[in-house]
Write a protein that binds this ligand. Structure first.
Ligand code: FAD
Length: 228
């Protein structure tokens, strides 16, 4: 939801330019990847503002492709009562999108970290992985259903036992049964020398941040990107 805040007027003023849509794929239940022409350098973890039509204010999406890839990609889910995401899902290859230059400060680096995501919040970590930043990382992904673990094969191959899939409403081989907040509560965490990246719903980010601070993690070691 774009709220009437300073951020939403900032987003509305961002210069946008055309990008040809190269491919759209439904990779989960009403969850899509969109690949489009790339015109800018970016840092993994950054976002772009996108719209299909200049009469609709753009929304922000994390880039989920690597910094060295020829095309740029995003991952999004459809909000039925939303303005833009249902339209994005109807786009076909060859369509023109309006896209901003990349920006944002939720940036991956080579330091040891836990990458924590709910839902499509896994997108920036996939960009970081594809940009070669996945060494010394643990990926903790929370989702409701068995098919919520987007890019699962790629993540399993990259992270092995350091890929934790927390599934709150279904069970299955390799899944932790329960919300990711429950999993994090059960862990011993490193209070220094470890960064904690949180990306996804405000509910998850606020709850995990409070759990980590309660376990003694310094707030300076917690990086957050909230999708609203
Ligand atoms: C930094 C950032 C990065 C993001 N990255 C991603 C990403 O990688 N992938 C992704 O899927 N999403 C991402 N998002 C969310 C994305 O920007 C959109 O908000 C999302 O796709 C919904 O857009 P929409 O136009 O479909 O819905 P909107 O029209 O914005 O509506 C969203 C929800 O808010 C409700 N709503 C709308 N207006 C009001 C109102 N006035 N009062 C009360 N409720 C209202 C709607 O009913 C709907 O449920 C990101 C957001 C941010 C801030």
């Amino acid at each position: 939801m774009i709220m009437d805040t300073g951020l939403s007027s900032f987003i509305k003023k961002l210069p946008l330019s055309y990008r040809k849509l190269k491919a759209i794929e439904e990779i989960g239940n009403e969850v899509y990847t969109l690949k489009f022409e790339r015109k800018h350098e970016f840092l993994s973890g950054q976002v772009v503002a996108i719209t299909t039509d200049l009469s609709i204010p753009p929304r922000l999406y994390s880039i989920c492709s690597g910094t060295e890839e020829d095309e740029m990609a995003i991952l999004f889910n459809v909000k039925h009562d939303g303005l833009l995401s249902p339209l994005l899902a109807q786009q076909k290859a060859g369509a023109n999108l309006h896209v901003s230059a990349p920006f944002g400060a939720f940036l991956g680096d080579e330091e040891p970290a836990w990458w924590i995501a709910s839902g499509t919040g896994v997108a920036p970590y996939r960009s970081m992985l594809r940009s070669g930043l996945h060494q010394h990382k643990k990926l903790i992904h929370g989702g409701r259903a068995r098919d919520s673990f987007y890019f699962e094969q790629e993540m399993m191959a990259a992270f092995g036992d350091d890929y934790i899939r927390c599934c709150s409403q279904e069970t299955g081989a390799g899944l932790y049964e329960g919300r990711l907040t429950k999993w994090i509560r059960e862990q011993e965490v490193e209070k220094s020398g470890m960064k904690y990246y949180l990306c996804g719903s405000a509910e998850m980010v606020v709850e995990v941040r409070d759990i980590l601070i309660g376990k003694g993690v310094d707030i300076d070691n917690i990086m957050a990107e909230i999708y609203f």
